[in-house]
Design a protein around this ligand. Structure first.
Ligand code: HEM
Ligand SMILES: [Cu+2]
Length: 620
């Protein structure tokens, strides 16, 4: 059953990737013409980003067409789109796992999936979401927009950028093997090929934290494959991060000094810094774990280093990882929020400092995941102190965002609704973290659904929300068209309601003592569990509506002709990426005038074309 549902998802992902590819191919045609036109006009690369550089093969011009273009591209915008597509597909896959978890939890008994399958689903859910959804999508957004924001031609190392991306699909396949190999083995069944080795690979069921001794003792050979896949994804992520650091340090336009670096790029810089220190450590720990499994070493089992060594190494990576996930989202919030308040970000400098402080402190709190392991009380208390301290820079951000809203001229557009949703879930998600950081509370709540509620309020309430905000905010730049605003608002509201309805009950279930990671539970917990599942389905509907809006609007949404879609010029917030877009539109217009063709060959009816004033001042 697990296999067939997931099989359907895979088929769905492949089909949507194909549809996306076809769309990109057609859209790409148009972009290429624009860039070629521009390259003809201006030979030199200009500092406001994304221009064709004279080096053939590194940017837009001289690209092959069709599939070859996407397989061989080293252009930051193309790679950005690839990252976003892969990350989104992985996210939808991981979300399907989530729905499957919540479906099992509708009833107190283990009725829908077997216990083994349930263990596999929550494991692959976590691994897929963390390693293949969140960071790839943010890397995609950063790939596309960071060079535009800082006035760079491309990333510092375009080829490394491409390699870093292309390592991800194989690592995803390795981590999600078991399922994929099962499908492959079934496909091979009619042929005279021995697929026994493939059949032996079962989905990993260790939990995303891969705790030893379980992850060493379990025989399933797929675990080793998945560990290698995770290692590979770590290599890819580290390469990407080094590239962002190098780009921000060396590729900024002359006029973009450190004091003028935008807030999104600051967040990507700090995130990349954390990655550079955290991921190699995970990589080493993974290799040691593989050695324990494959060669009988005892790094993480008795009588060697023992299971606690794994926990220390894992969480030394694991806690910084949660900030690797969330800081880019904070960056998007800080960038987009002021645009719809008609005023500058309150306390820009403090937000930058708080981001750096989080980056540093995030390496000093890992043992708050291990308060119940019996470590020395003095040590435990110091981890508690640093964990409470890390809430301060987080709170600084929240207060600065609220201050930005204060007396602002708020426009309730879809991206702005995402911001308001994120700000509200962050209050609860963040404060539950502070409670958990105090030892006496954590001793009671550790390993209960309360912890799951805490981090999901943040990872679901903020991260996809920021991504979706970005998808709407920059939709005109990405597609040249406008999304369906009504559908967008409805969709965002569903997500906000869905987040609270799904994860608030988990906080309560945890208080009542229900442990995490079980597919069955005492019947008295049924009502709250069912509410949570209804919330999850609401989230699901919200996500499907988002996908529909994206695909449909990219195909037939009204064509954007005025780059100031959000009326940013009025408040002096028409930032670089929009200026770049404006030039691109002007170029297209000039080109069409000389060609004597209408401004767009798109299939949108003429009357939908120009942005009307009402459209722009929506909600204002
Ligand atoms: C405001 C600062 C925060 C504090 C003080 C804090 C504190 C904690 C503590 C003490 C735990 C361990 C609970 C336990 O297992 O008993 C925990 C778990 C967790 N937190 Fe936070 N947290 C904070 C913010 C965040 C953020 C921003 C994220 C995500 C972006 C996050 C994600 C997680 C995750 C994923 C886990 C659980 C990992 C697992 O066991 O599977 N936390 N947090
Ligand atoms: Cu932590």
């Amino acid at each position: 059953m697990f296999d067939s549902v997931s099989g359907l998802v895979i088929v769905g992902c492949v089909l949507s990737a194909l549809a996306g590819y076809r769309y990109l191919r057609d859209g790409g045609e148009e972009h290429r013409r624009t860039d070629a036109a521009r390259a003809g006009e201006r030979e030199e690369a200009t500092p406001d980003g994304g221009y064709a550089s004279p080096v053939v093969g590194l940017t837009d011009h001289g690209k092959p067409g069709g599939l070859m273009r996407w397989l061989t591209t080293v252009d930051h915008k193309d790679i950005g789109v690839l990252y976003i597509l892969l990350g989104t597909a992985a996210g939808l896959w991981g979300a399907t796992d989530g729905m499957m978890i919540r479906t099992e939890l509708l009833t107190a008994e283990s009725t829908v999936w077997t216990v083994e399958t349930y263990n596999a689903i929550f494991t692959t859910h976590g691994l897929t979401m963390l390693f293949f959804f969140v960071t790839p999508v943010f890397f995609g957004i950063a790939n596309y927009f960071l060079p535009l924001l800082i006035g760079a031609d491309d990333l510092a190392f375009p080829r490394i950028n491409a390699i870093a991306f292309w390592l991800l699909p194989p690592s995803l396949a390795m981590v999600r093997g078991g399922l994929l190999t099962d499908l492959l083995a079934r496909g091979l069944a009619p042929l005279p090929i021995d697929a026994a080795a493939l059949v032996a690979l079962e989905p990993v069921a260790t939990g995303w934290t891969l705790y030893t001794p379980l992850s060493v003792q379990m025989e399933n050979p797929q675990i080793t494959v998945a560990l290698l896949g995770l290692h590979l994804s770590g290599v890819a992520t580290t390469m990407g991060a080094i590239n962002f650091v190098a780009t921000i340090f060396t590729e900024r336009a002359d006029e973009v000094g450190w004091h003028r670096l935008d807030i999104f790029s600051w967040n990507i810089l700090v995130t990349s810094g954390i990655i550079v220190f955290a991921f190699p450590l995970l990589g080493s720990a993974l290799l040691m774990l593989i050695a324990d499994r494959a060669f009988g070493t005892t790094f993480f089992v008795e009588p060697g280093g023992g299971p606690l060594l794994w926990q220390h190494l894992f969480w030394f990576f694991g806690h910084p990882e949660v900030y690797i996930l969330v800081l880019p989202a904070f960056g998007i919030i800080s960038l987009v929020l002021p645009k719809f308040c008609g005023r500058r970000l309150f306390g820009f400098q403090f937000i930058v400092y708080s981001t750096i402080a989080i980056g540093v402190l995030s390496f000093g709190v890992w043992a708050h995941h291990m308060f119940t392991t019996g470590m020395a009380p003095g040590l435990r208390a110091s981890f508690m102190a640093v964990s409470l301290a890390i809430a301060i820079p987080s709170a600084v951000k929240e207060f600065n965002w609220i201050a930005t809203l204060w007396n602002g001229n708020i426009r309730l557009t879809a991206p702005m609704l995402c911001m308001l949703g994120s700000l509200s879930t962050f209050v609860i998600g963040g404060i539950t973290g502070v409670f958990l950081a105090s030892i006496p509370v954590d001793l009671v709540l550790h390993d209960t659904l309360h912890v799951v509620g805490h981090f999901h309020l943040i990872v679901v309430g903020i991260i996809p929300m920021a991504m979706i905000a970005a998808s709407y905010y920059w939709f005109p730049i990405l597609t040249g068209r406008m999304y369906n605003r009504r559908l967008a608002k409805a969709q965002v509201l569903l997500l906000i309601v869905g987040t609270f309805v799904t994860f608030m009950p988990l906080l309560l279930l945890g208080y009542e003592g229900l442990p995490r990671r079980y597919g069955f539970y005492p019947p008295e917990f049924t009502p709250l569990q069912q509410i949570a599942s209804i919330g999850a389905y609401t989230l699901g509907v919200g996500v499907v509506l988002w996908v529909i809006n994206m695909v449909q609007s990219a195909r037939v949404g009204p064509v954007v002709r005025d780059a100031d879609v959000w009326n940013l010029k009025e408040t002096g917030q028409f930032t670089r990426e929009w200026q770049w877009f404006e030039e691109r539109l002007e170029d297209a217009e000039r080109r069409d005038e000389t060609d004597g063709e209408p401004a767009t060959g798109g299939d949108a009816p003429e009357k939908d074309g120009p942005q009307s004033q009402d459209d722009r001042e929506e909600g204002g």
